[in-house]
Design a protein around this ligand. Structure first.
Ligand code: SAM
Ligand code: SF4
Length: 319
């Protein structure tokens, strides 16, 4: 079992398989993209699997592929097959923008994917196109329908955005209820990419929960997934709320993050300071046990996002 200095069990790894993305979401990437990791520095599927095998042997049992956009990495289903068959891995998930999910859902399921989270901030195509600078909402909806049809456990993630989707919560919730899938509202986090966007559009997560509580029958649910969401049961359906800022969840943090260049981050909020370049260290022959011990030791008690925005963009480290 992996336990950090604050007694937290770490059993979950998020793996950014690429820092590339086919969208340019206003809160995640600048219009011209970010400084990309050199292609030759990006971990191969074999290198990712080797690292995950080491972690799985020591207590990591859940993993999530993210990015950038994970589904645009060539043959991503192959990686899903490789990782989901590693001994000790009980749950393999992906977070995606859904743009090409329609074509990938069934092969991902076949290769061992258990669940998929699709980002969906609005159902209004105009707003969606403006927010992603390029996307078409029908692609994402088609992807969601196909993933449900393929038998994947589908969840939706909605970043709560003042002036963008606060009037649309009802519609988003109904969209999820009609398909019997879970929707989770997420608080916008500050990143170096666009702090003005953050200041303009941040809304505490309580705004969403209070609004829904007024309109629906609700009760507190004790449902938990592997993440930090707290759930309400609303009209018999689960709705999740994730607040990194206004109601922090660092005390229950169970995760580390592997970036596509082989650096492992112990915390999203303290990127460079609390991370180790595993790719480099392993190539220099350093002991994996020592590196993991060091990683657990540097994991901070909590982020400091109120004072320090996330360095770089979410797409770089795998939000
Ligand atoms: N491209 C995929 C997607 O959009 O789902 C996976 C990577 S994306 C970085 C993962 C999640 O991070 C998405 O749900 C996205 O909405 C969220 N995200 C990106 N920037 C964020 C920010 N500044 N605050 C909160 N969530 C953010
Ligand atoms: Fe791409 Fe996801 Fe970032 Fe949007 S949130 S730019 S889809 S990585």
């Amino acid at each position: 079992m992996l336990v950090d200095n604050f007694g937290r069990t770490i059993d979950y790894i998020r793996i950014s398989v690429t820092d590339r993305c086919n969208y340019r979401c206003l809160y995640c990437m600048p219009e011209n993209g970010i400084k990309l990791i050199n292609r030759r520095d990006i971990l191969s599927y074999e290198e990712i699997a080797e690292i995950i095998e080491q972690f799985a042997a020591r207590g990591i049992s859940k993993l999530r592929l993210t990015g950038g956009e994970p589904l645009i990495r060539s043959n991503i289903e192959k990686l899903v097959g490789m990782l989901s068959s590693i001994r000790g891995i009980k749950k393999t998930a992906i977070t995606t923008n859904g743009s090409i999910l329609k074509d990938k859902a069934s092969i991902l399921k076949k290769n061992g994917l258990n669940s998929i989270t699709v980002s969906l901030d609005t159902l209004d195509n105009k707003k969606f196109n403006k927010l992603t600078r390029i996307g078409k909402i029908s692609d994402v909806i088609d992807g969601i329908e196909e993933a449900i049809k393929s038998g994947l456990d589908v969840k939706l993630n909605t970043v709560l955005l003042k002036g963008v989707n606060e009037q649309e919560l009802d519609r988003l919730v109904k969209f999820a209820f009609e398909r019997d899938i879970i929707i989770r509202f997420i608080e916008l986090m500050p990143t170096e990419v666009d702090q003005d966007f953050y200041k303009k559009h941040f809304l505490p997560i309580s705004v969403a929960s209070e609004l829904l509580k007024k309109r629906y029958n609700w009760k507190i649910s004790n449902y938990t997934s592997s993440g930090p969401a707290r759930y309400l049961e609303i009209d018999g359906h689960l709705v999740g709320f994730i607040s990194a800022l206004s109601n922090g969840f660092c005390g229950q943090c169970n995760r580390i993050r592997l970036a596509s260049n082989g650096r492992i981050y112990a915390c999203l909020g303290h990127m460079e300071k609390y991370s180790i370049d595993f790719k480099k260290a392993l190539s220099e022959g350093k002991s994996i046990d020592k590196l993991i011990k060091q990683l657990l030791e540097i994991k901070p008690e909590s982020h400091d996002l109120q004072n320090l925005p996330i360095k770089g963009s979410m797409s770089g480290i795998g939000g």
